[in-house]
Design a protein around this ligand. Structure first.
Ligand SMILES: [Fe+2]
Length: 212
């Protein structure tokens, strides 16, 4: 039987990061260890137990403290996100389905795409604090992941940015803006399946689709 728990993982990861010379490396080792000791199904069960049964948003915070945020990323089928940053170190453990991370870097006032990485179950992807990316679920099924960030997501929103997909205009981050720009991205791409799935997962997106 799995012994993975949100509280247990958070405590162990914070301890390891606090005493490490390289906190990001320590975080990645903790996430990799959790994936080695537990099946993706076990981790999903613990994350499901940590969120309300009727939760309908794409990313769910299951732990937030000054040093660490844990999100249960449930990415709707064919979802394409707006480009965004986190401003803190991160590790993503893929649990179910796939997630493509499109990686960008600043180029003066613009952004240039510098690569992409596809995570499949059991993969652990580390993202630097200055990482800028957009995510995509390439499949017609929900993708699940454990997202771990080296800071408190509930207080750092003001430091984060999103970028418009068309002209890479940098704007202050907020979850409603991220959702709005993600809907716009899917609309521009003619991604009808992604738009349908996002309305099912996040009913608040429906008026945005009409308005754009
Ligand atoms: Fe992200």
């Amino acid at each position: 039987m799995s012994d993975f728990s949100v509280d247990g993982f958070a405590a162990a990861c914070k301890d390891a990061m606090a005493s490490a010379e390289d906190a990001h490396k320590a975080m990645k080792i903790c996430v990799e260890q959790a994936m080695a000791d537990n099946t993706p199904k076990d981790v999903i069960a613990a994350l499901n137990a940590a969120v309300p049964p009727d939760a309908d948003i794409g990313e769910l915070i299951v732990h937030a403290s000054p040093e660490l945020t844990m999100l249960y990323g449930r990415i709707p089928p064919r979802f394409q996100s707006a480009i965004h940053n986190h401003t803190v170190i991160a590790c993503i453990a893929q649990l179910e389905g796939e997630e493509i991370s499109h990686i960008y870097k600043r180029d003066g006032d613009d952004l240039v795409k510098v690569g992409q990485e596809t995570a499949v179950p059991d993969d652990v992807v580390a993202l630097r604090a200055d990482a800028i990316h957009a995510i995509e679920n390439p499949n017609h099924s929900v993708g699940s992941a454990l997202h771990v960030y080296g800071g408190d997501f509930t207080t750092i929103s003001g430091q984060r940015s999103i970028w418009t997909s068309e002209d890479h205009e940098e704007r202050p981050f907020s979850f409603p803006e991220l959702l709005k720009e993600s809907v716009k991205t899917m609309k521009t791409n003619g991604n009808e399946d992604g738009l349908r799935a996002v309305v099912e997962a996040i009913p608040a997106a429906a008026p945005m689709i009409e308005a754009l």
